[in-house]
Design a protein around this ligand. Structure first.
Ligand code: NAP
Length: 239
């Protein structure tokens, strides 16, 4: 099951796993995207409406599709510091999706997996979550830091039950959403990855049941060096 499988990284992963012969459920909220989903008529793919911030809807979708041996959560939303001031009502959904929704999805899926046998939980966080200070997008960065921590906590709790937890920590991936956020062109983002490159890295990490997969290494190195700077210099970083 892929929550957030109607576009971007989630859709690219859905196409990858459908091509591998998997039986899949993909979830999202947008009715037009669900209706026009490229895999809608695929015999082993069911396209479901489910909002990750609605625990009851999530439970219904998972109950209907169980047993689930692999859950991938790519559903995520972005906000920046300017939006917190200009549009405060738009920021709480970011936390509800990136943090609360992820927690609920893992919690419900883990209940299923504990009853049915071993399974695997995967979340797509962000390299922004590794930054100690991200002046342009503090709430997004904080939510992804929380997502990484949630994965680490579930991993520890579920290890005795044979359930693996993988957190994917990507840098910039050239999705339609990233382009929307950057005036239609994300090509200036450092070490930009294509969706195909991201899918390759994510699928490999899932296959290995890796605990954490951070890519690309060049941006990871930059983030680690940036975190070593004194706070006054970190504030000079561009958004
Ligand atoms: N693209 C990047 O550069 C990048 C880098 C690092 C991390 N990430 C993370 O990777 C993930 C995917 O990014 P993306 O660029 O592929 O984003 P995207 O194109 O906006 O895709 C997000 C997917 O999640 C679904 N979704 C959003 N809110 C949801 C909710 N409340 N309930 C259920 N589904 C929901 C969307 O469908 P609906 O809107 O129809 O619900 C869509 O299918 C996100 O978590 C993002 O933070 C992205």
């Amino acid at each position: 099951m892929i929550i957030g499988g109607t576009r971007g990284i989630g859709l690219a992963l859905a196409e990858h796993y459908a091509g591998q012969g998997a039986t899949l459920a993909v979830c999202g909220r947008d009715a037009a995207r669900l209706a026009g989903h490229p895999l809608a008529s695929h015999p082993r793919v069911s396209v479901e409406e489910a909002d990750i911030t609605d625990r009851a809807a999530l439970r219904r979708a998972m109950d209907a599709f169980a047993p689930i041996d692999l859950l991938i959560v790519t559903a995520g939303q972005y906000t920046d510091a300017a939006a917190i001031a200009a549009q405060p009502e738009a920021t709480l959904p970011v936390l509800r999706t990136n943090v609360g929704g992820l927690y609920d999805a893992f919690d419900i899926a883990a209940g299923h997996m504990r009853r049915q046998g071993p399974g695997h939980l995967v979340a797509v966080a962000s390299i922004a979550g590794l930054l100690r200070d991200y002046p342009g997008a503090s709430l997004y960065s904080a939510s992804k830091r929380a997502a990484i921590a949630i994965c680490d906590t579930f991993r520890k709790a579920l290890e005795p039950f044979g359930i693996a937890v993988t957190v994917i920590v990507p840098g910039y991936v050239d999705t339609a959403r990233l382009r929307e956020l950057n005036g239609g062109d994300a090509s200036r983002k450092p070490f930009l990855q294509t969706e195909a490159q991201a899918v390759r890295r994510i699928a490999q990490a899932i296959e290995r049941r890796a605990e954490r997969c951070v890519f690309p290494w060049q941006l990871h190195l930059q983030v680690r060096l940036f975190n070593l700077l004194p706070r006054s210099l970190r504030g000079l970083r561009r958004k």
